[in-house]
Design a protein around this ligand. Structure first.
Ligand SMILES: Nc1nc(=O)c2c([nH]1)NC[C@@H]1CN(c3ccc(C(=O)N[C@@H](CCC(=O)O)C(=O)O)cc3)C=[N+]21
Length: 301
């Protein structure tokens, strides 16, 4: 938060920091490759959801930029649970694959939890396997030598690299989805971060009050424009994590919209743009998870 703040917000430059992180990773990848441990990222994509197709393509482009090998498994939208299981078993067994993700959401009829639990926890590049989430719950004061969820890591890294102090800060998290809302509190409450976390969702009685009291708002509900200027304490840090695809009723065209409404930039002290904020950072932290997994395998962490 910024004292005596009187807008407009400074931008949390996710695209810029992501580029810096990728530069740092390229050097670590070079060392790994020299030792015969080139990291490899796998993706399993089921179906042709345009958002998912675009994200997966972005992840493979990022890999190429830093020298990480990439392995792509694309399945039809009507793939069976058995076919998805077989793709997971294949990547679990593939020595060239250091870590991989199964792009979410999965088509209707496929059980997400069964899929996530089948991933080898050491290769869980998303940090969403119950073993890895469980480690994050249990190890609050020691370093965690296993993958952590990418978007929560991305949010924290984005703030830390802009010098934002989270020690004792009041952080309100809006949304309780698997990839962000449910797990980010595990990281924010760690003894090396020490934030105080309030977790809100669609049944919260007074969301505006919970937001107004916060030094930091993490908006990850997936409801376009949910967080409005009147809900933000002047000078607060606002991270716009949500991604919704909305259709303009007059033109019929779709566009991407975040959780944060226009006008918040006039009140907040810091704001992550969307696009170019948390999205590119999430992709960068995915690569960090893969490089860290490769370093563990190579015995250099
Ligand atoms: N297993 C799994 N892991 C994920 O991490 C995961 C997932 N499933 N399913 C969907 C969400 C969404 N997500 C995004 C990643 C990058 C951008 C991103 O880089 N966006 C660009 C813009 C991209 C555009 O314009 O389409 C930006 O913000 O600048 C956005 C969204 C990862 N997710």
């Amino acid at each position: 938060m910024r004292k005596g703040w009187n807008g407009p917000a400074r931008l949390l430059d996710g695209a810029g920091i992501a580029a810096t992180i990728k530069d740092e990773l390229a050097e670590r990848v070079r060392v790994l490759t020299e030792r015969g441990y080139t990291p490899g990222l796998g993706t399993i994509l089921v179906g042709t959801d345009p958002g998912s197709v675009a994200y997966v393509a972005g992840k493979h482009r990022d890999c190429a930029e830093v020298g990480i090998a990439s392995i792509r498994v694309d399945l039809d939208a009507d793939a069976t649970q058995e076919q998805i299981d077989a793709a997971i078993d294949q990547l679990n067994a593939d020595p060239a694959c250091t870590g991989y993700i199964v792009q979410l959401p999965l088509p209707r009829g496929i059980d997400q939890n069964t899929v996530l639990e089948r991933i080898d926890p050491d290769k869980d590049a998303d940090g969403l396997h119950p073993m890895n989430l469980g480690r994050a719950v249990l190890r609050v004061s020691e370093p965690i030598e296993s993958p952590l969820p990418c978007t929560p890591r991305a949010c924290i890294e984005l703030m830390q690299r802009h010098g934002i102090d989270l020690e004792g800060a009041d952080v309100t998290v809006v949304g309780r989805g698997t990839t962000v809302g449910r797990s980010i509190g595990l990281l924010l409450g760690r003894k090396d971060i020490n934030a105080t976390v309030t977790s809100c969702h669609t049944r919260t009685r007074d969301l505006a009050a919970a937001c107004r009291g916060a030094d930091v708002i993490i908006a990850a509900s997936g409801q376009a424009g949910l967080i409005t200027a009147d809900m933000v304490k002047p000078g607060a840090v606002v991270l716009d994590v949500g991604v919704s695809r909305i259709t303009d009723p007059s033109t019929g065209k779709t566009r991407l919209a975040g959780d944060v409404a226009d006008g918040v930039d006039e009140v907040a002290g810091w704001l992550s743009p969307n696009p170019a904020g948390v999205g590119p950072m999430t992709r960068a932290l995915l690569l960090v998870n893969v490089v860290e997994a490769a370093e563990r395998r190579a015995g250099i962490r």
